[in-house]
Design a protein around this ligand. Structure first.
Ligand code: SAM
Length: 301
């Protein structure tokens, strides 16, 4: 495990939540630096198995030399398909530690960080075509407005979208410095915070982070054994809301109850954590990234 690559968040809490059986089969949907995977492997016996997904080819370099782990270099939205391809019908536990790794943030040329110069890229999976540049260069004003409002909670998202559409007619928005320069006049409040929100929205869009999470949640009950656990660490309210609602009622939105409709959603998961598990003060001090983490755990009925 490379500590510079990424420090695992809520490590002990995830292990507790998964209640690992030594001979069980587990899935780490977000291998990254391999911190959670390594800890899972330590709890597994010789017959245990771990399938580790990561759509970023860089993560593969962190693979331990251990025949119990199989690396799946794909998006976890294809969970069911790749388990089947690896001859796995059902599993005892699944975990996901959502978002990007410190490594991805710290590599300037990946384009995730507002601190560095690089292309407006932001793809976790370099095989995909859509980049942040494609989004700011091709999306309509209305699409950009909605995206910055919903995914970044940018207060002046309408003005921001309008400015991008007007700026791209005369200047290239290909690099981070060009993009930030073109938006100087619309920055509200602290520029660092403002661009962090703008970049968060773009990153969520480029990687379809909420779409992938929804597919993972929908497929998990079908691959989990009875009593199997699903542990998800999220880092912003949009993700946490999806996880919370799905764990509670098997749907992503609040369901209105219609007195004359007798069509309840089949409930296959039960939350193990009534409230999200948060990192302690000590962890937040050691790893500021942990500050916004929330862990929820559910069990398959
Ligand atoms: C927060 S890091 C995980 C860190 C890891 N738990 C550790 O201890 O080092 C998230 C990782 O998951 C990957 N990732 C995020 N979303 C993904 C998805 N939908 N499919 C596959 N991998 C994904 C990212 O490329 C990144 O490497």
């Amino acid at each position: 495990m490379d500590p510079v690559y990424h420090i695992p968040v809520l490590l002990h809490e995830v292990l507790d939540g998964l209640a690992i059986k030594p001979d069980g089969v587990y899935v780490d949907c977000t291998f990254g630096g391999g911190g959670h995977s390594k800890a899972i492997l330590e709890k597994l016996g010789a017959s245990g198995k771990l399938l580790a997904f990561d759509q970023d080819a860089d993560a593969k370099r962190n693979l331990p030399n251990d025949e119990r782990i199989v690396f799946v270099p794909h998006n976890f939205r294809h969970l069911q398909r790749f388990l089947r391809l690896n001859g796995v019908q059902s599993v005892d536990g699944i975990m996901a530690d959502l978002g990007v790794s410190s490594h991805q943030f710290d590599e300037a040329d990946r384009g995730f960080s507002t601190r560095f110069e690089g292309d407006m890229d932001m793809r976790m999976d370099q095989r995909q075509e859509l980049t942040a540049f494609n989004v700011v260069n091709n999306y309509s004003e209305q699409q950009l407005h909605k995206m910055f409002e919903q995914y970044g909670e940018v207060t002046n998202s309408k003005t921001l979208a309008k400015t991008i559409v007007s700026a791209r007619k005369s200047v290239s928005l290909k690099t981070i410095s060009h993009f930030k320069m073109a938006l100087q006049s619309v920055v509200k409040g602290n520029p660092h915070k403002y661009f962090a929100q703008v970049f968060q929205a773009l990153r969520i869009e480029v990687n379809d982070e909420l779409g992938a999470l929804k597919e993972l949640l929908e497929q998990s009950p079908s691959v989990l054994k009875k009593g199997g656990r699903l542990a998800i660490i999220s880092f912003h309210s949009l993700e946490d809301r999806l996880v919370k609602n799905y764990f509670k009622r098997g749907a992503f939105e609040e369901i209105e109850s219609h007195p004359f409709e007798n069509n309840p959603v089949q409930h296959q998961l039960i939350p193990v954590t009534k409230k999200p598990v948060l990192p302690g003060k000590e962890e937040c001090k050691m790893n500021p990234r942990a500050g916004s983490a929330k862990l929820r755990v559910a069990e398959k009925l």
